[in-house]
Design a binder for this molecule. Structure first.
Ligand code: GLC
Length: 798
């Protein structure tokens, strides 16, 4: 059912007056005389949960999205009973609950309004299915902006938009098309310099409307389930995003090779073709770490089998590829071919693991293999079985990663493109229909896959990538944005989707570089690579139906551009790994949209193109043909043009001239950018030596570098190295202080330091208060090489 309007409905029901309340530890229940209960739980000072029921009791509290280890923290909760309202106070905000209609308002302690209910909670009985259509509306203000919501292919600022959350196989989706593959019912509101967040944790089909239907109103609603949302107080957008990410969970560190460049196509086969592709990368010296096998590696698209005509000895092939530095990643879809000779089908049938229709028969639908049944991944026993299926692929054959696709779940030849809604699911013991389980199905598949790959890859780290995902999926898997198109508009979309995913807790994401459907021009492919190397996941993929899409398919110039940018990515691996560490530890998004970087500057509120990669590199893609540069916005601060080293001051629009083999890239002044030497794949150089590019600043700036064994779990035992470099620039001198945390010992002895942007000539160098000669540190053109364990480097001149 699609609900087109929530406001005209005459059948809407509302809470009546509150007749009593009950306070227990961190929660307060308010009871109305028409059976509504509002439960307000203070999880942290700035994280408050609101849960409504209109039945007079709550159903079992269960969520796949919440990271249970993270949801509680110390907090203050004070409740006051006032004349016409109740007031709950934490150390950061207070919540007002109106006695006569249960409407809620949230304010800063000085009374500043953050978010107020418009109609507040209301609902509509859904007699067809049972349960309620649950609705919420809030007041929105002139100048208020909205961000988040996962993979939406629309303007970065969602003001004026309505979006729908229903995981959908949306082949060749268009700009503004709804719904897409992923479901992240989380948004950030920004008004009067203050940011807050709402996470509506409800897996039914849901909608968000940001003043699209009615000016001045933000509303969200779902086809069933509970009105159950978390309010997150900022006031900084960064606090909202990191709190949301803590709440729904962070991933483990991926193996470093997954941050290298990856090559994919539908499909590389037979084995000789795969080796021809990998060989060509090495011949052309374009770095590459992974090669993907799409559905044709299987025998008749049966998961966990191989087509022995194309791949007579998979183990041998995977090991040959590994010797050349290539990790093999294979696709696994959820549809299991109905074939009584096929072992996976037989096992699942025997154990009764497939999803069933309401009346009993197994749910049947067509996907690539023809008619299939589908495991119920919401059943923990099924997930356990599924995990075990990866033994041969991972432990024996040596596959390093698994790619989960079609898990919206996608079904062919039916208008809804998915399961019938009556299909039953276990939902971890909370039996339900597909209406509730649909949006979470893909995440539970990826979770089961992750458990399996992790088990058999141990002591190495697993790698999983998924197409469909619900909030929290980031704990198990990376993702890509699905079947895009080789058009300039899609390059714009990819840029926005990656920034949006990043602030939606799911940063380990990339687009199909060059476009999946249709064929990119040489120029478009080059521009896409130039952006793609700055996305956390970096993979070229195409449907293969319209021509070749390897870096060498577009002529000499594009080969050189691809090599140049992929090499830059490989040099920046320690920088990328460090931002990943900050994501894993602190929930900090890897890509920072300009509004995230400086929410106080209203110029940033509607920017879509520029973003900060990590903390100190500003990237602005070229999104149009025949460009000789572009206009862009440089945010607050002083920035070095990466290509010319020219220092430019920000908070202004400017024209940046670039050649075809460049895009505007700026480095924040004072930054210390860590780089490795170029490698053709991660691990080619066993102990790559760190080099630091130091961008002079008059003042102070901190930079960080994370390193570890690049794979395995030793980092969990403290065997990592997290370095803080503090730069202090003065008139004609620079100090760099180093502080290390963690017990990992890098094998290299020296570190190369290259100073940029100095406005003086270096005349002296001191290391840990001792003067050293220029020869002893190989001083050439403002570069020097010193022992990696220095505490303070002092450079001065005239
Ligand atoms: C889907 C995927 C695509 C894959 C194809 C064949 O369209 O999105 O990436 O190549 O199926 O498996």
């Amino acid at each position: 059912m699609i609900i087109n309007t929530i406001l005209e409905n005459k059948g809407d029901l509302f809470p009546s007056k509150i007749i009593s309340y009950k306070h227990e530890v961190d929660a307060v229940d308010f009871f109305t005389d028409n059976n509504v209960i509002l439960r307000v739980t203070v999880l942290r000072d700035s994280l408050i949960r609101f849960r409504f029921t209109a039945k007079g009791y709550f159903s079992n509290d269960f969520s796949y999205a919440i990271d249970k280890t993270q949801s509680h923290g110390y907090n203050v909760l004070e409740i006051q009973d006032k004349e016409d309202h109740y007031r709950i106070t934490t150390s950061k905000v207070y919540v007002v609950i109106q006695k006569h209609d249960c409407r809620v308002g949230i304010y800063e302690l000085d009374g500043t309004t953050i978010l107020e209910d418009e109609l507040g909670f209301h609902w509509e009985e859904c007699y067809e299915y049972g349960g309620n259509i649950v609705k919420m509306s809030k007041v929105s203000h002139e100048g208020e902006s909205f961000y988040g919501l996962g993979d939406k292919a629309t303007h970065f600022n969602l003001k004026g938009k309505r979006v729908e959350n229903w995981a959908t196989d949306q082949y060749a989706f268009q700009k503004d098309q709804e719904p897409l593959y992923k479901v992240v019912p989380f948004y950030v509101g920004l008004h009067n310099q203050k940011a807050y967040g709402i996470f509506f944790d409800n897996t039914f089909r849901s909608f968000f409307d940001f003043s699209h239907e009615r000016k001045g109103v933000t509303s969200f609603w779902a086809d069933g389930g509970e009105m159950n949302y978390y309010f997150i107080y900022g006031p900084k957008m960064s606090d909202v995003v990191t709190t949301y990410t803590h709440l729904t969970g962070k991933p483990e560190l991926p193996p470093l090779w997954t941050l290298g460049y990856q090559q994919c196509k539908w499909s590389y086969y037979p084995e000789s073709k795969v080796k021809e592709i990998t060989g060509k990368f090495r011949e052309l010296q374009i770095p590459c770490d992974a090669i993907y096998l799409d559905i044709d590696y299987m025998d008749g698209f049966r998961c966990f089998t191989w087509n022995k005509d194309y791949f007579p000895n998979p183990k041998q092939m995977v090991s040959d590829l590994a010797k050349d530095g290539f990790k093999t990643v294979v696709i696994i879809d959820p549809g299991i071919k109905i074939d009584k000779e096929y072992w996976v089908y037989k096992e699942a049938l025997e154990k009764d693991y497939f999803c069933k229709r309401a009346d009993g028969p197994y749910m049947k639908g067509k996907v690539w293999p023809g008619e299939c049944n589908f495991p119920d991944f919401t059943n923990p026993e099924v997930r356990e079985w599924w995990a075990g299926l990866f033994k041969e692929l991972v432990a024996e054959i040596g596959v390093k990663g698994v790619w989960n696709d079609m898990n919206e779940p996608a079904v062919m030849e039916v208008p809804t493109k998915t399961f019938p809604l009556d299909v039953r699911h276990n939902y971890d013991g909370n039996n339900c229909s597909h209406r509730k389980a649909h949006n979470i199905y893909g995440t539970q598949m990826a979770r089961a896959t992750y458990e399996g790959v992790k088990r058999f890859a141990y002591p190495k780290r697993p790698f999983v990538i998924t197409r469909s995902a619900y909030s929290g999926a980031q704990r198990y898997t990376s993702s890509w944005t699905g079947d895009n198109i080789a058009t300039w508009e899609h390059l714009w979309i990819a840029n926005i989707q990656m920034q949006r995913m990043s602030i939606s807790g799911m940063g380990f994401t990339g687009s199909d570089i060059g476009g999946f459907a249709e064929q990119p021009s040489a120029e478009l492919y080059a521009r896409w690579i130039q952006l793609g190397v700055f996305h956390p996941f970096c993979r070229t993929h195409s449907s293969g139906h319209h021509g070749e899409q390897e870096p060498w398919s577009f002529g000499e110039e594009v080969i050189n551009i691809t090599r140049k940018f992929v090499e830059l990515r490989y040099q920046l691996l320690p920088y990328l790994y460090t931002m990943f560490w900050q994501y894993v530890n602190d929930g900090v998004p890897m890509l920072k949209p300009l509004v995230y970087y400086d929410q106080t500057d209203i110029q940033t509120h509607y920017r879509t193109d520029e973003f900060i990669f990590g903390n100190q590199i500003l990237v602005c893609p070229i999104l149009e043909p025949n460009a000789q540069g572009r206009r862009m916005y440089l945010p607050e601060g002083n920035w070095y043009n990466y290509w010319t080293n020219e220092l430019v001051s920000g908070k202004k629009e400017l024209w940046v001239a670039t050649d075809f083999d460049q895009i505007p890239l700026f480095i924040k002044e004072g930054a210390i950018i860590p780089k490795y030497p170029i490698q053709q794949y991660v691990g080619q150089i066993e102990h790559p030596e760190l080099a630091l590019e130091v961008y002079y600043k008059l003042g102070k700036e901190k930079s960080y570098v994370y390193e570890d064994a690049q794979d395995g779990y030793d980092y969990n035992k403290g065997r990592y190295s997290y370095k803080t470099f503090t730069l202090t620039g003065k008139e004609k001198e620079v100090f760099i202080n180093q502080h290390k945390e963690g017990t990992y010992e890098n094998q290299y002895q020296t570190i190369k330091i290259c100073l940029k942007g100095l406005n003086f000539k270096i005349t002296g160098i001191e290391i840990d208060n001792e003067k050293v000669s220029f020869e002893s540190v190989n001083f050439v053109e403002n570069s020097l090489q010193i022992n990696k364990d220095f505490s303070e480097l002092h450079i001065f001149g005239e």
